[in-house]
Design a protein around this ligand. Structure first.
Ligand code: SF4
Length: 197
C-alpha cells in the first residue's frame, strides 16, 4: 500500500536501521496520523560494537520524537545471518532485506499492527526498488507493507540528525560492506614477506 497525502490512521511498525535514517520517516508517519512504534532489528550489522552504537542512535532519535522503540538484541545472531549469505554473496542485499523485513512483518502480525515499513526506504544508498518489492511480497491482508519514498525528505532528515548529534555510520552494516569500505587500508601491508602471526 502507498502512503497517501491525506491523513491516515492505523498502527505501523517501523523497522529502524539507524538513527539518522529514522528521523524523517518517524516525523512523516506521525504527521500522517499513524500510530507508530519503532523496531530496531538488524542482525546484519558487524561488529557488535557497531550494532550497539547504531541501536543507541536509533533510540535517541525515537525518544526525541516521542516514539516507543523495541530492540531485538536477544536475536542478534551473526551466525544465522552469515549462514544465509555464504556462497550467495552476490545476492546478499536481497537476502538481508528479506531477513529483516520478514522479522518485522512477523512481529507486526503478532503485535496486531495494521502495517509495517522500514527506514531503509529513506536511504539514497540502499537498493530502493528491491526493498519495496521485498516488502510488498511479504505484505499480508491483515498487515500490509506501507510503501513511501522517504528519500524525498533526505536533506531535512540528515540536517535534523546532525542537530540531534546522532551517530552516522560510514558503511552499510555487514562484514562485506565493512571490507568494501576499509579493505583498501590493506594495500601495501601484504607486501614485504612478513610471515609472523
Ligand atoms: S551491504 Fe547492507 S543491505 Fe547489503 S547485505 Fe550488507 S548490510 Fe545488508
Amino acid at each position: 500500500m502507498c502512503l497517501a497525502r491525506n491523513n491516515m490512521s492505523g498502527k505501523v511498525l517501523l523497522h529502524i536501521c539507524c538513527g539518522p535514517c529514522a528521523v524523517y520517516p518517524l516525523k512523516i508517519l506521525k504527521k500522517q496520523g499513524y500510530e507508530v512504534m519503532g523496531l530496531y532489528c538488524n542482525p546484519n550489522i558487524h561488529p557488535l560494537k557497531e550494532y550497539l552504537r547504531r541501536a543507541d542512535s536509533a533510540e535517541k532519535a525515537a525518544k526525541s520524537l516521542g516514539i516507543r522503540i523495541i530492540r531485538t538484541d536477544k536475536e542478534y545472531d551473526p551466525q544465522t545471518f552469515l549462514r544465509r549469505m555464504v556462497f550467495r554473496e552476490e545476492q546478499r542485499c536481497l537476502l538481508c532485506y528479506q531477513f529483516r523485513l520478514e522479522r518485522t512483518r512477523n512481529m507486526a502480525l503478532k503485535g496486531g499492527f495494521d502495517y509495517f515499513t522500514s527506514t531503509l526506504l529513506f536511504s539514497k544508498r540502499q537498493k530502493h526498488n528491491l526493498i519495496r518489492s521485498v516488502g510488498e511480497s511479504l505484505g499480508k491482508e491483515k498487515c500490509a507493507f506501507l510503501y513511501h519514498d522517504f528519500r524525498q525528505g533526505w536533506r531535512e532528515g540528515r540536517e535534523t540528525a546532525d542537530e540531534m548529534g546522532l551517530y552516522k555510520q560510514v558503511y552499510c552494516g555487514c562484514i562485506y560492506s565493512e571490507f568494501e569500505r576499509f579493505g583498501k587500508e590493506l594495500a601495501g601491508n601484504n607486501q614485504g614477506g612478513n610471515d609472523s602471526a
